[in-house]
Design a protein around this ligand. Structure first.
Ligand code: NAP
Length: 255
């Protein structure tokens, strides 16, 4: 049962039309949080409809929800989005940097553009969002910034030098920012999920997925909702003395 511990709070979640971001959006709304659902237009899918469906589910939980179509790599657009979200929701208490992509190749075949794009979306995108919200949070002396890193930042993975660097970068970013803004009542943390059952991991060939599951002590992939529970905790007052940390949600894959 939900305690509605985020009643009166408002959150912006990037990449929230599906997967882990969607689960976080719904979980925060279960706690009474108003939510801005960010998504990016992508060829071949109706992301606007998916984002609107998430917003409808949030409204059904009795919370305000808005959608914002913005590519997190576009700094000006991110700034405009944050202004719009604050104007519509009245304030912004929680930022979840969830938007992320993979472009897997072993280093000898990794093209510069695939290195750049992964760093731009996963790491620079989080910088753009945090940069856009930080003054608002500092003025209000309250904030929660949660970035979705990865177990790959902690243990590495073949074919993911770009992804691993971006996700390890998020951890360094988090710890430095946590120190900068702690006195302003803002906490900054990472979640490092293991292998979670979303479209991102459904793209992995079945035999490789089976090999991965065989290495996970809890012997299964995680659910997006299990990552969302960790995000709801870090966003809540129950986590008020936790900052600069990396919370692993990985079934024991890395200890
Ligand atoms: P997913 O299903 O592929 O979803 C990725 C989300 O990121 C989508 O909502 C996508 O938006 C959004 N996105 C991508 N590029 C964007 C951009 N330039 N601007 C704004 N949004 C953008 O992946 P997921 O598995 O839910 O992953 C969510 C996060 O968790 C990612 O950061 C990922 O690296 C991390 N993670 C995942 C796993 C896992 O096993 N699944 C493990 C560790 C960490 P659209 O839907 O609009 O395209």
């Amino acid at each position: 049962m939900s305690s509605r511990g985020l009643e009166g709070k408002s959150a912006l979640i990037t990449g929230a039309s599906r997967g882990i971001g969607r689960a976080i959006a719904l979980r925060l709304a279960e706690e009474g949080c108003q939510v801005a659902v960010n998504y990016v237009a992508e060829q071949g899918r109706d992301n606007a409809a998916e984002a609107e469906a998430v917003a409808e589910q949030i409204r059904a939980l009795g919370c305000q929800a808005i959608c914002a179509e913005v590519d997190v790599t576009d700094q000006e657009a991110v700034e405009d989005m944050v202004e719009y979200v604050i104007a519509r929701l009245g304030k912004l208490d929680i930022l979840v940097n969830n938007a992320g992509i993979t472009r897997d190749r072993t280093l000898k075949k990794l093209a510069k553009q695939d290195w750049d794009r992964v760093i731009e979306v996963n790491l620079t995108g989080a910088f753009h969002c945090a940069r856009a919200v930080i003054e608002h949070m500092r003025e209000r002396r309250y904030g929660r910034i949660i970035s979705i890193s990865s177990v790959v930042a902690l243990m590495g993975n073949i074919g993911q030098t770009n992804y691993g660097a971006s996700k390890a970068g998020l951890i360094g970013f988090t710890r430095s920012l946590a120190r900068e803004v702690a006195r302003r009542g803002i906490t900054v943390n990472c979640i490092a999920p293991g292998f979670i059952d979303t479209e991102m991991t459904q793209a992995i060939p079945r035999d490789i997925r089976e090999q991965i599951v065989a290495t996970i002590p809890l012997a299964r992939m995680g659910l997006p909702e299990e990552v969302a529970n960790a995000a709801a905790f870090l966003a809540s007052d129950a986590a008020s003395y936790i900052t600069g940390q990396v919370l692993s949600v990985n079934g024991g894959l890395h200890m």
